[in-house]
Structures are given as C-alpha cells and as structure tokens.
Design a protein around this ligand. Structure first.
Ligand code: AHR
Length: 519
C-alpha cells in the first residue's frame, strides 16, 4: 500500500516536472520578477554609449548626409532633412571615416579647395572617392549636430607620420605647418578632436594593410606615442579582435594588443554584427549571450593586462561597431531594410551595454544613414527605419546610474548554451529626478509575461510611464511614404502599488521601457 502511494506520488511528481519544463501554451501568462535596488549601482551610462558611425561607403556620406546641389541641402551641401532626424537621434559621438575605408584613406587628399582634391580609388569598397567630404566637412558636421568627433587613423596602408600630422591639423594651436594649413582652409581655432582610433579591424584578412597581432601592436604603440606627443589630451582606442568566434587567434590578438598598449590605450574596440539567418526569433534574441560574453571576456583581458601594474591606466571597452547586418552586402551597398524584430534587437544591445556600464564606455551604431542604418534617403526625401525609434528612446537614460538588478523569469535554451531568461532586462536610475527606468525585452515569441516589479530603496509612487514597441508581424518593414507601422506607443498608467511593488504584463515579442517615480 505504502509502496503504491510512493509510486503514484513519484509518477505525479515526474509528470509535474515534465509539464513544468514544457513551454506554456500560447496566450498563457507566466510569472516573473524584477527586483530593483538603487543602491546597487554598476556605473554611469556614459553619454558615449549613444554614438554612431559614418563611413565613406555606398550612400552613407554622398547622398546621405552630404549631397551638393540638392534642393534638400544647405549651401555647403549638407542634407537638411537628414540633419533634422540625425539631431533627434541625439548622436553623442560620431566615428569617421571608416571602417574598412580608413585603412586605405589619405586624409591629406580631403582638405583644401574642393575642386583641387584628387579623385582616388577606394579599394576597401571598390568605389571612387571624390574627397569632396573631408576632415573640415566632417568636423563642421559634428559641430552642427552637437556630436563629439571620433577619427579613425589609417593603420593599414597609412604611416605614423600621417597619423600625427592629422592630430596636428585638427588640434594644434601654435603656428606649425599643419595648423597653418587648417587656418588657410578657413579654420582658425583648433577643433580639439579628443577621440582617435588606432586603426580599424587590422586583424581581419579583408583589411587593407592587415597585420598580425605583434605587427599591429608595434605600429599602434608607436603611432600612439607620436600622436600623444602632438596632443597629450587625446584619448586612444586600440583595435580589439573583430573576429571573436571565427578567429581562433582572437584571445592572442587582444592579449598582445592590451599588453603592448596598456600604458597608451584608453579603450579597446569590439565589433559585433548579429543576424537571424536561421529565421528563428527566440534564437535571434539569444544573441545577448554572445554580446555579454564578448564584453565579459574582454573586460577580464583588460584586468589581466593590468594585473601586475602598480597604477594601471584605466582601459574601457568601445563597442564602436554594432548592429544587425546579414541581408545586404557589397552588391546592395549594405542598404539593409530593417524589420520589427531588428528593432527589438536594439534593446538587446543596450541592455547588454547597460549591464556592463562599468566597463563599456563607448558604443557606435554602424551606421547612421543608408548603410546598415536607421535612416534611408532618396533624392526626394527620407524614411525612418524600424530601428530608429528604440535608438532615440534609449538615449534618454544617458548619464543615469545603471543598476544591478535581480531578475527571475522562465527560461529557454539555445543548443548547448546555458538557459536564458525570456526577459532580458536592464535598469537605470536618475537620482536628480528620482526616476527609475526598467528596460524589458520579452523575447518569447508568443507568451506574455506577468511580472512582479519590486523596489528596495525609496517608496514607489503609482505614476508609471510606459514606452512600448510591439507589432503583430515580426517581419514588418518601412519604406518611403510608409514608415508609421512600427512605432512606439506611450501611455501613463496608475499602478496598484502594494508593499513597494506592482504587477505589469510584458507582451510577447515586445520592448518596453517603464519609467517609475520615487517619492
Ligand atoms: O560597417 C561596415 C564594415 O563592417 C566596416 O567598414 C568594417 O569595420 C566592418 O567589418
């Protein structure tokens, strides 16, 4: 009798366990919990996490931000309609001139009277470069949109002299040769360009002037010394490996670069392009595991390089190329058309950056206009791609403190990787206006998640602002004259706050930002 009861109980237990591990049926809600503590700060969400990237590639510069003679442009050739929507993106720092383009670019071709500038072959993208948009045009553009300029030197086919002369042209106040050239070209005051990348993806065999880790590190160290002697106030970004998973040597690359440059570099760069090639939404949304991993591993490598130093120079991560990119390559000039699920991926990247706000201090979406970009132009106007809207919204959290937040939620698995929570979460706190931001990506394709949100420090008010991006069709896209489909909705709700917490349901496949107020 007793044996039968034990048997029955164990069968019931097994069935329950099996049922528990099955995904809930469509439409069924599941409980999750987010516990916020404003004392548990990770680091400042640096304004430079909202950077962007403008490469001489396809229609990014010419026909994108710059189109001489267009009725939509100002007298200098800057597209005014593009500038308006770029300004709303709140781009804090703009990387230029590449990318792969940088490794074949001679900046001296792009200064002086425009009609005397040489047309050159762009070997990186198999194109022609008119050089009508050069250093002065770029730096003026940055001033117009209120972005910090970030210049990438040519560490491929270029020389150390080219690099230090570029710093001198931009930043020197004395009467030196290159400062005089700048003055002749109409700019008396130095531009004070603070951020300089020591090349782009030099580990990649596709890169002009590709080098191995030792060759690159030696070049970058000497370039750094010469550039810093020219202007000691500059910040330098070393090229990290651009090929994490694919390249067996990436650990060696980063270690060599960090060990060699640890007394010169202020950042090490990471690049990631993610894709949904398998057309599997939940797998696509699991890319955050990879992004988190890149950040964690690189952060550890930084620590390793600083290990035995008495007074190590702080080194941060510049995630200076990131985006979804897998449909439009060279033949399409990288003119990717983004859909709704790609817009959700923007939230995934920011959540990862915010969770490591202690070490990720710069991030640049690649890129800004036409080329894998949130803005697409033609000669008559432009449209806003689906990814534009979360990019704008996340910038509101710049300067906040990122918070280490407890999250429990049902999980799923991708291959052999560890289980992954359906809710991908980051939170931040603005102490000045006592506002907490809760950024939640529900990466379940079909399950809403009813979630208990608890607050530990300070009393929640019941006023909650909601920003939500959702659409029934994961593949919905925008085009000219039709860019209103995938738009965020905002509302203010009155939450039923009990014991300093409340319940909120995050819809399936959605990105939500809740704004909570403390008393
Ligand atoms: O952003 C497009 C290209 O991707 C960049 O030129 C290069 O750095 C990366 O491989």
């Amino acid at each position: 009798m007793r044996t039968n009861t034990v048997c029955l109980l164990s069968i019931i237990l097994t069935v329950c366990l099996l049922l528990g591990s099955l995904p809930p049926a469509q439409g069924q809600t599941t409980q999750a919990r987010i516990k916020i503590d404003t004392d548990r700060t990770i680091g400042e969400i640096h304004p430079h996490l909202f950077g962007n990237f403008a490469e001489h590639l396809g229609r990014m510069i010419y026909g994108g931000v710059y189109e001489e003679g267009s009725p939509l442009s100002d007298k200098d050739g800057y597209r005014k309609d593009v500038m308006d929507v770029v300004k709303q993106l709140n781009v804090s720092i703009l990387r230029w001139p590449g990318g792969n383009f940088a490794s074949g670019y001679n900046w001296k071709d792009g200064i002086g009277p425009k009609d005397q500038r040489p047309v050159r072959k762009d070997l990186a993208w198999d194109d022609l470069e008119s050089n009508r948009f050069g250093t002065d045009e770029f730096l003026k553009y940055c001033e117009m949109i209120g972005a910090e300029p970030y210049i990438c030197i040519n560490a491929g086919l270029g020389t150390i002299d080219d690099a230090r002369h570029w710093v001198e042209y931009c930043n020197e106040s004395k009467n030196t040769f290159w400062a005089e050239q700048r003055r002749k070209n109409g700019r008396e005051q130095p531009y004070k360009v603070k951020y300089w990348a020591l090349g782009n993806e030099i580990d990649g065999p596709w890169q002009l002037g590709h080098k191995n880790a030792e060759e690159y590190s030696k070049f970058a160290l000497e370039a750094a010394k010469a550039m810093r002697s020219t202007d000691p106030s500059i910040k330098l970004i070393a090229s990290g490996s651009s090929n994490y998973g694919a390249n067996a040597d990436w650990m060696h690359w980063n270690r060599t670069v960090l060990n060699t440059l640890r007394n010169q570099a202020d950042y090490i760069a990471i690049h990631s392009y993610i894709n949904n090639r398998d057309n599997d939404f939940e797998k696509f949304m699991a890319w955050s595991q990879t992004i988190d991993n890149y950040i964690d591993v690189t952060a550890s490598q930084i620590k390793e390089a600083q290990n035995r130093l008495q007074n190590p120079r702080p080194i941060y991560i510049a995630y200076d190329e990131w985006n979804v990119w897998y449909r439009a390559y060279n033949a399409q000039k990288l003119e990717e058309v983004y859909n709704f699920e790609d817009a959700l991926a923007m939230g995934m990247f920011f959540n990862s950056f915010f969770r490591r706000a202690d070490v990720v201090k710069m991030a640049n979406l690649a890129q800004m206009v036409n080329v894998i970009a949130p803005i697409t132009t033609n000669k008559q106007g432009l449209f806003l791609q689906t990814i534009y809207f979360p990019l704008v919204e996340f910038t509101r959290q710049k300067g906040n403190q990122s918070l280490d937040t407890f999250v429990s939620a049902p999980t799923y698995k991708v291959g052999n990787r560890p289980p992954l929570k359906y809710l991908d979460v980051s939170t931040s706190y603005n102490a000045a206006d006592k506002t907490i931001y809760v950024n939640v990506l529900n990466r379940s394709k079909d399950k809403d998640m009813t979630t208990r949100i608890d607050n530990q420090e300070g009393q929640l008010t019941n006023a909650v602002g909601v920003w939500e991006l959702n659409h029934p069709d994961l593949k919905a896209t925008h085009t000219f004259g039709d860019d209103k489909k995938v738009r965020p909705v905002t509302r203010n709700i009155t939450a039923t706050v009990e014991n300093n917490g409340f319940n909120y349901t995050f819809p399936a496949h959605s990105l939500t930002i809740l704004r909570l107020r403390l008393k």
